[in-house]
Structures are given as structure tokens and as C-alpha cells.
Design a protein around this ligand. Structure first.
Ligand SMILES: [Zn+2]
Length: 326
């Protein structure tokens, strides 16, 4: 058997629209990566066949035989049970499917599965912005607001394996409606979906902005780059909507700091990747204003994520590694 530092791992990110696989070593160095569209046929078996293909392609790019890989990790957009079952993945239309068992059997390697945002948080803790931290929280602001919690190096998801849904903590009682059906979730304020709802409401009132041009009264598909450009141009509506999202994100960060006292809070996702540098001071100030005791604020770093598009796949690698060494 290869020495531990020579072992290689495959990490696979199953997204709603694309699959991304990497081959990496235990230090998180990527030797090969491959991408593939999920495709129109999102039935479980069809997607599993494409997952096998993308894993094979990543191995080919890294000039590694799949059989020489120590273990495989997977991140998927669903709550995940310890046996690798995805409980419900609305983006893919899956309910209670055995992701870990099927990928393990197809690739003939040990396989561990985690929720994608949990995997992302683990990746930043092991390889990225929170490297070396015992405890960290990740918040990923994109279309929605996902996240994860690592305590003492381990992902935390509760005794029922469904917790750490940081985007769905309530920040306004009876507030804006969230995609989950509740009202006042952090995600309803600090996400592209939340921002898009405000922009549509403003457009209906006749407000002119770089952002209302594209709505036609419908929820716009807001690209993070477009938001960033409008913000830098000081478009009044963009500044109002984005500053509000950053302030709410800060409230979420502050709540998590008060509850958990992590060493690092990592902020990632498409919006933060596009404009995190512009928003970081504002998020920090909003977090500081609500953290209790305020002295605790100085013990936590709030940082931007560093792993970009590879974050979930590298988290899957970290997960596979953890399983082998624990
Ligand atoms: Zn919600």
C-alpha cells in the first residue's frame, strides 16, 4: 500500500447543472480535473453513469488509474445520511437515493458523501482560508445561501444529520418568504434570489436602474458579475440591495460567532467570489455589531474563501481522506 502522503483521492462535486471531479493528493494539490454537464436526463441512474465518466476523465487527465486511488468523496446538493443516502435533492428531483453505495460500486473504491456546502466548508478548513482552524463556519452566497459547520475538525450536522442549514436561520420574524416555505430566513435576504425579489419589486414601482432593465417583471437571472459592475458604478438600487444583503450576511455571521465561537468564518459562493473584497468590511462591521460578547469578535477571523470552483470537490477529497485516517 502507498505511503499516506503518496495516496491520491478523487473528489466529485454533483451540482444541479454540472459535475466536477478532481484527483488530488493529501495536501490538496490537484493533479487533474474534469467537468461534465448533468444533462437533461436527471434520473438518478443516468446521472450516476455520467459521474463515473467524469471521475474516469479526471483520472485520465492526472495519468492515474482509478484502481490506484485510495478513496472517493462526493458532495451533493442534499442532506446526506451517514450511509451516503441523499435524502432530497430538489434541483435533481431525487428523494432517498443511495449515492454513496452506487458510486462506490461503480468505481470500486471506498466512497463517502456529504452535503455540498458541508463539503465546501470542510475544504476551506483543511486546504483553504481556515486551514489549521479547529472550528470554522462556511457561508456560501450564490443563488441561495448554503453553509456548514466544522467543530474540532469534524462536520456537524446534528443527531438526525439534517442540521447546519445556516441559510435557513430566521433573522426576521414573519419576514420575507424563503424558497423553503418559511418566512424571514437569512437566505431570503442574503442571496441572489433574495436580491432579485427586491429588484423586481423596485422595477414594478418604476425605479430605473442597471438592474431593472433586464427584469420584464419576472425574477431576473442575476449574474454576480452584473451585480458587481452595477455596485461599482454606484447604481443606487444596486448599492441599496447589495448593501442590505451584506448587512444581513453580517447578522448571520454574528449569530454564528455568538453561538459557536469558531476561529474562522469563511465567506464564499458566486457573489462573494465576484465582489467579496468590496463587501468584506461591511459584513465584518455588521457581524461585530451583533456578536456577544463583543470581545469574542476579536477571536474570530472573517475571511473570503480561497478555493473557487474546486471547493466542493476538494471538500469531498478531505472527507474521503478523513475516513481513511480516522
Ligand atoms: Zn428558508
Amino acid at each position: 500500500m502507498a505511503k499516506q502522503e503518496d495516496q491520491l483521492f478523487v473528489g466529485i462535486d454533483i451540482g444541479g447543472t454540472k459535475l466536477h471531479a478532481v484527483v488530488a493528493d493529501p495536501r490538496g494539490n490537484i493533479l487533474g480535473r474534469a467537468r461534465k454537464k448533468v444533462g437533461k436526463d436527471k434520473r438518478f441512474d443516468a446521472v450516476m453513469a455520467r459521474v463515473e465518466e467524469v471521475a474516469q476523465s479526471a483520472c485520465a487527465r492526472a495519468s492515474v488509474e482509478l484502481g490506484a486511488v485510495a478513496a472517493v468523496g462526493v458532495g451533493a446538493p442534499s442532506p446526506i445520511l451517514p450511509d451516503g443516502t441523499a435524502v432530497c435533492a430538489p434541483n435533481l428531483g431525487w428523494t432517498n437515493v443511495p449515492v454513496g453505495a452506487v458510486i462506490g460500486a461503480r468505481l470500486e473504491r471506498p466512497c463517502r458523501v456529504a452535503n455540498d456546502c458541508d463539503a465546501g466548508t470542510l475544504a476551506e478548513t483543511v486546504f483553504g482560508a481556515a486551514r489549521g482552524a479547529r472550528s470554522a463556519v462556511g457561508l456560501f452566497m450564490g443563488t441561495g445561501l448554503g453553509g456548514g459547520i466544522v467543530i474540532d475538525g469534524q462536520l456537524v450536522s446534528g443527531d438526525h444529520h439534517l442540521a447546519a442549514e445556516v441559510g435557513h436561520m430566521i433573522v426576521v420574524r414573519e419576514g420575507r418568504r424563503c424558497g423553503c416555505g418559511h418566512h424571514g430566513c437569512l437566505e431570503a435576504y442574503a442571496s441572489k434570489t433574495g436580491m432579485a425579489a427586491r429588484i423586481v419589486a423596485a422595477a414594478k414601482k418604476g425605479r430605473k436602474s442597471q438592474l431593472t432593465k433586464r427584469t420584464d417583471g419576472k425574477l431576473p437571472k442575476l449574474r454576480a458579475k452584473l451585480l458587481s459592475r452595477a455596485y461599482q458604478d454606484r447604481d443606487a438600487l444596486a448599492v441599496e440591495v447589495i448593501d442590505e444583503a451584506a448587512d444581513f450576511l453580517g447578522v448571520g455571521v454574528g449569530n454564528l460567532m455568538t453561538l459557536l465561537g469558531p476561529s474562522v468564518v469563511v465567506l464564499g459562493g458566486g457573489v462573494m467570489e465576484a465582489m467579496g473584497k468590496l463587501l468584506l468590511d461591511r459584513v465584518r462591521a455588521a457581524a461585530r455589531a451583533v456578536t456577544f460578547p463583543e470581545a469574542a469578535f476579536g477571536h474570530t477571523r472573517i475571511e473570503l474563501a480561497t478555493l473557487g470552483d474546486d471547493v466542493v470537490a476538494l471538500g469531498a477529497v478531505a472527507l474521503a481522506m478523513q475516513d481513511l485516517t480516522s
